[in-house]
Design a binder for this molecule. Structure first.
Ligand code: NDP
Length: 337
């Protein structure tokens, strides 16, 4: 039973030495419990927050404890009446081969799901985040301009595609030409701008010639600086994530733009709202699941997964997620089914 624990709290970007791979005995399921064997582990930006002991909406991972994370597992042993050996489940067993469960919080995925790992992406937490953030906070209307950053990632790729289904003009922002091409050609975005380009802000302004009605914020930093002057009156900003800041150790260099931001919010009556997906929207999961299942079946949603082979490669892959090295939803294949 391999597991990866938090060895030290990173200062700035996480390093491989902040993680430690260990081997421990396989746990034994007690009465009413199951032994779950992970096949896929989801790697997500929020894990950077759990590595830090700064105050947040969730408890940090303790030092020497297993890193948390969503997993798709198969039931290997069952002392639970509702679960059979071989069945697939969505669980939260973290960065380890085996976990015990009494069934609480598990989602059944059936005996033979066609794409079990989708439960970590398009049909799971990231897809749900995109759906609720855009539809509930963003309130998209046909003809409006929607801008989304991290546009080819797990959340951003869904935000843009749902925006197209709602009739918006969609402008993505992504790191590099290959990702931008993919956003336009495969995801159907109207435009996609490379945030690494020297003239990024000018290109974004040109692409948004009618201004920006909805900005789905995944990134923060210089991407937001370029977006801010383009926001229209009554714009909405679902504030989903600020990944460019997750490794920051200090406030950004000046000048201080806070009063400029406040002034924009005021005179343009902009609505900016943060949300934490399961805390705020767990009760609406079925709405999402119904729509997304249908859109996928109709071929209206394109989903790209970045699959990393080998449990031991999880730390490196996670470090890369915070540098834009993933191309699509990042998932580790921990074991063979
Ligand atoms: P992604 O699959 O989009 O992967 C992260 C991407 O972020 C990278 O590929 C990279 O894309 C971009 N990125 C990384 N560092 C930077 C940087 N310094 N500047 C600009 N872009 C950067 O991840 P997710 O879709 O899982 O998550 C996207 C955002 O949504 C995150 O901020 C995450 O924290 C947030 N989130 C929030 C939730 C909530 O409940 N509020 C729930 C789920 C996610 P590129 O190469 O294109 O720059």
């Amino acid at each position: 039973n391999r597991r990866i624990v938090l060895a030290s709290r990173p200062v700035g970007a996480p390093k491989e030495s902040d993680f430690r791979l260990e081997s421990v005995d396989k746990p034994q399921p007690g009465q009413g419990q199951m032994l779950l064997r992970s096949v896929y582990l989801s790697l997500d930006p929020y894990m950077r927050g759990r590595m830090s002991d700064a105050k947040s909406y969730a408890e940090p991972v303790a030092l020497d404890e297993v890193m948390v994370g969503g997993t798709v597992c198969q039931v290997e042993q069952s002392n639970h009446a509702d679960f059979e050996v071989g069945e697939w489940v969505l669980a939260y067993t973290g960065w380890q081969d085996y976990g015990l469960s009494d069934g609480e919080g598990l989602i059944k995925l059936g005996k033979n799901p066609s794409h079990p790992s989708y439960a970590l992406g398009v049909m799971g937490m990231p897809g749900f985040t995109a759906y609720m953030g855009l539809l509930d906070i963003g309130q998209p209307k046909a003809g409006e301009t929607l801008v989304v950053a991290a546009a080819t990632g797990a959340v951003g790729s869904m935000v843009g595609q749902i925006g197209k289904l709602k009739g918006c003009k969609v402008v993505g922002i992504a790191g590099g030409e290959e990702k931008c091409q993919f956003a336009k050609e495969q995801l159907g975005f109207d435009e996609c701008i490379d945030h690494k380009a020297d003239d990024f802000a000018e290109q974004l302004a040109k692409a948004c010639d009618q201004g920006i009605d909805i900005y789905f914020e995944n990134v923060g930093g210089k991407v937001f600086d370029a977006v801010m002057p383009l926001l229209n009156t009554s714009a909405r900003i679902p504030l989903c994530g600020l990944i460019s800041q997750y490794n920051a150790t200090a406030l950004p260099e000046g000048p201080d733009r806070m009063s400029m931001l406040m002034g924009q919010l005021l005179v343009k009556r902009i609505k900016m709202q943060g949300f934490i997906i399961f805390d705020d929207y767990a009760h609406r999961y079925n709405e999402f699941a119904t729509d997304m299942t249908q859109w996928l079946a109709q071929g209206k949603i394109h989903y790209r997964e970045h699959l990393v082979e080998g449990f031991e490669n999880a730390p490196q892959a996670f470090i890369g997620l915070l540098e834009g090295k993933n191309f699509g939803k990042l998932v580790v294949q921990t074991n063979q089914p």
